[in-house]
Design a protein around this ligand. Structure first.
Ligand code: NAD
Length: 400
């Protein structure tokens, strides 16, 4: 039985660790967050994905999975830590401190023949830097350890399924690394696994998310134009998408999450003169959030009878049917109104969130005069708005 060690047990690391445990590997999951470790050791996942708790409990009991705050010797190391952006002198730059501290943490345990896999979304050139660092600190020759970049393409809410079924791309630091790492993924993936070099694979991942950001920016721009023209944007997009070569994504109240709203900066920060569309898309998507706030506030200003209305806000997570709030434009909007107006918040995927009081769908509907739909959670699909003033910024009420 082969050993593998996951550094970082979040949305990517934990489900992947569980799949490798299910595939018969001896898995050690490592995280620096003690609360995460305590919860996982008592069989509670901190991330909300179908079947995750059952798999966690099964593999802890079956002893294929151990969870700890420290790495150990292993055949394979996976790095699945965050790669956010930070503001440096007004510019958004990739922050690789988690990646490099994860690499530092495994170096004392590396042995000849080990494979190291970087899954964290990373700027072009990161895998090479990691390889140089490992060779320098261990003294190994470049054919004595194997390293590849293998990005994730999963849809939150369906992560376990997609980890198995999505096509993968492996970017080895050399051909031998690519082939070795492809064999490792064959244990859990049923789809095609393609091979390239590390730099191309790094760029593929960033381009995939930048493409989606640009496409959503286009649809958000259309939503504002359609609003000016008094045309239903969802109908508009559904008709244009009948064209066999057009596929416009759905507009919303902005773009959030730790991927689409973050990854384009890995290129924009380094190549500001050659990333104009990506930069514009980021601005358009951020501006859509401000436009949503203005739209509601202008309505309140221009309709005096609604002056002291109670506002019901539906959805605060960054996308539908998840409990993830990272970079959430809906949370930004909710906070803005919460601090200024009388607001009832409804978020079926969370029990509580900081100082924000959350209400059920029924109570929010009953208590509010104005209904604002920000995220298209499944719990909102059949809502009847009963002629209350309604703003639908996510298209959830289209079939009402
Ligand atoms: N979540 C997704 O849907 C998704 C999809 C594609 C790619 N990615 C990428 O995958 C990477 C991981 O994302 P995530 O959503 O799983 O992040 P996450 O924040 O959910 O989890 C990361 C975990 O790593 C831990 N950690 C940080 N530094 C550590 C260290 N040095 N040693 C051990 N643990 C450490 C954190 O405590 C945290 O629990 C990111 O680069 C992200 O962009 C995520």
């Amino acid at each position: 039985m082969r050993n593998c060690c996951f550094i970082g047990l979040g949305y990517i690391g934990l489900p992947s660790a569980l799949l490798f445990a299910e595939a018969g590997f001896n898995v050690l999951g490592v995280d620096i967050n003690e609360e995460v470790i305590d919860n996982l050791n008592s069989g509670k996942s901190h991330i909300n994905e179908p079947c995750i708790n059952q798999l966690l409990i099964k593999n802890l009991r079956g002893k294929n999975l151990k969870v700890s705050n420290k790495p150990d010797f292993s055949d394979i190391f996976f790095i699945t830590v965050p790669t956010p952006v930070i503001n440096i002198k007004g510019k958004k730059e990739p922050d690789l401190k988690f990646v490099f501290s994860a690499v530092d943490s495994i170096i004392p345990f590396l042995e000849k023949g080990n494979s190291i896999i970087l899954e964290s979304t990373s700027p072009v050139g990161t895998t090479k830097k990691i390889f140089e660092l490992i060779l320098k600190k261990t003294g190994f020759k470049n054919d004595e350890v194997f390293l590849a970049y293998c990005p994730e393409r999963v849809l939150p809410g369906n992560i376990l399924y997609e980890l198995k079924n999505n096509e993968r791309i492996i970017g080895g630091i050399n051909k031998k690394s690519s082939l070795k790492v492809r064999n490792i993924y064959k244990s859990i993936c049923v789809s095609e696994i393609r091979i390239t070099d590390a730099r191309t694979a790094e760029l593929v991942k960033i381009v995939e998310n930048s493409y989606r950001d640009v496409n959503i920016a286009f649809s958000n721009e259309l939503s504002i134009l359609a609003d000016e023209l008094g045309i239903n944007v969802y109908e508009l997009i559904s008709f244009t998408n009948n064209h066999p070569r057009v596929n416009i994504l759905k507009p919303g109240c902005g773009v959030g999450g730790h991927c689409i709203a973050v990854d384009p900066w890995f290129l924009i920060s380094k190549f500001p003169d050659h990333s104009n569309i990506m930069r514009l898309a980021r601005d358009l998507n951020n501006n859509k959030t401000k436009w949503v706030i203005n739209k509601i506030e202008n309505f309140l200003k221009n309709n005096i009878e609604y002056k002291n209305s109670k506002i019901g806000i539906f959805g605060i997570t960054y996308k539908q049917n998840v409990n993830d709030l990272r970079e959430s434009p809906a949370l930004y909007i909710a906070n803005y109104f919460y601090n200024k107006y009388s607001v009832y918040l409804c978020e079926p995927n969370l029990k509580e969130y900081k100082n924000l009081k959350l209400f059920s769908v029924e109570d929010t509907l009953k208590k509010s005069d104005i209904l604002v739909f920000l995220v298209g959670h499944k719990e909102f699909v059949d809502i009847k708005t009963k002629n209350k003033k309604t703003f639908d910024f996510c298209g959830i009420l289209e079939n009402e």
